[in-house]
Ligand binder design. Structure first.
Ligand code: PLP
Length: 360
């Protein structure tokens, strides 16, 4: 079957195996009924949720001190829910700014209460990451928020604040399940599904029970993390089909050998492209400084916009999709999430070399 080489930043590529499995079960999940037609109060759905939560914790190497919650509203809703649940007049939300999405999270928090910037690389136009090992954080802060991978700019944190007293919260939307992290250093992290977890619709929140206890009672139930925890993410009607797809994706990750094996492959995939960029004699220029480069979103520029446009046009004719950089950054971006095959990255690397030979 013909498949486009899908480098879209999200919604993004899904494993073909998973799409096939979903197709097989599309009409009949159980005899005579599709999962999309079932009550979210049914045994099947309850079981699906429990299994998906357990597989997620297993992949992350976390124990039952953490709860996996499913919600809608994307990571953008988490930008609002985090401060609504945790901030108070005496306890600020501390933000590390490293790219556009972290800035969005911070701005949303400002509408709720006292949001503070504790590190930022905005003045470097996000081309580096701010140092986070030694932050000046108020010991009474409600949390520190970090965006582990900056999808738009193409940078990724490898070091994290050591915040024994202040809970660390991560927006992992664009790199959850792509690499091993010390997940237990985080009190909470979240990701919308449409990069590495499945189709858009569901958002995953992984939260430690100690942080759950800190959630305020003065907000609407639908926005309170405790509501989701106490009702097994079934307080209202959840995006069941998106969560079903997520379960198939998580099973696929396990079949690949778990996060460690996925990470090895992701490093190889990204390096194929960075190697072309670095050996092009400046024809392709990485947007992010080397130590901060993302393994998920590989970004680069070319001599001028005209050449970049031509590159995109030709890449589309060769079966590559989604390589235009974000409108706020320009240039090119290849998003090589878990489901993007090694071969797709190899083909793109070869296309880049060939393009330079022909037009350089
Ligand atoms: N945070 C990051 C790091 C993202 O990459 C995105 C989307 O691409 C978001 C937040 C926003 O996610 P959503 O559109 O699901 O609200």
């Amino acid at each position: 079957m013909y498949r486009i080489n899908n480098f879209n930043p999200g919604p993004a590529a899904l494993p073909l195996e998973v799409l096939n499995q979903a197709q097989d079960k599309f009409i009949e999940y159980r005899k005579g009924i599709s999962i999309m037609e079932m009550s979210h109060r049914s045994k099947d759905v309850e079981q699906l949720f429990e299994e998906t939560q357990q597989i997620m914790l297993g992949l992350l190497g976390l124990n039952s001190d953490y709860q996996v919650l499913f919600m809608s509203g994307g990571a953008s809703m988490q930008f609002a829910m985090v401060p609504m649940n945790l901030m108070s007049p005496k306890r600020n939300g501390s933000y590390i700014l490293s790219g556009s999405f972290s800035e969005k999270a911070y701005k949303e928090a400002q509408t709720i209460g006292n949001a503070k910037i504790v590190a930022s690389s905005q003045s470097q136009n996000w081309s580096i990451l701010p140092a986070v090992s030694d932050l000046n954080v108020d010991p009474d802060a409600a949390y520190i928020h970090i965006t582990t991978n900056n999808t738009i700019e193409g940078s990724q944190f490898r070091d994290f604040p050591s915040t024994s007293s202040v809970p660390l919260i991560g927006d992992m939307t664009s790199d959850l399940l792509s690499r091993k992290l010390e997940f237990n250093k985080f009190s909470m992290f979240y990701a919308s599904a449409q990069k590495n977890l499945g189709p858009a619709g569901a958002t995953v929140v992984v939260i430690h029970e100690d942080l759950l206890k800190e959630c305020v009672n003065t907000i609407p139930a639908i926005l309170n993390y405790r509501t989701y925890a106490q009702n097994k993410s079934l307080y209202n009607t959840p995006p069941v089909h998106s969560i079903y797809m997520m379960k198939l994706v998580l099973d696929w990750v396990n079949r690949q050998g778990g996060i460690a094996e996925i990470e090895k492959m992701n490093v190889q995939k990204a390096n194929l492209l960075y190697d072309v960029i670095d050996s092009s004699g400046g024809y392709y220029k990485g947007i992010i400084e080397m130590p901060f480069r993302s393994m998920m979103n590989i970004t680069w520029q070319m001599m001028d916009e005209k050449l970049e446009k031509l590159f995109i046009q030709e890449s589309e004719l060769h079966g590559f999709d989604g390589l235009a950089g974000h409108r706020s950054v320009g240039g090119l971006r290849a998003s090589a999430y878990n489901a993007v095959p090694y071969q797709a990255c190899k083909d793109l690397a070869e296309f880049m070399i060939d393009f330079q030979k022909r037009k350089g």
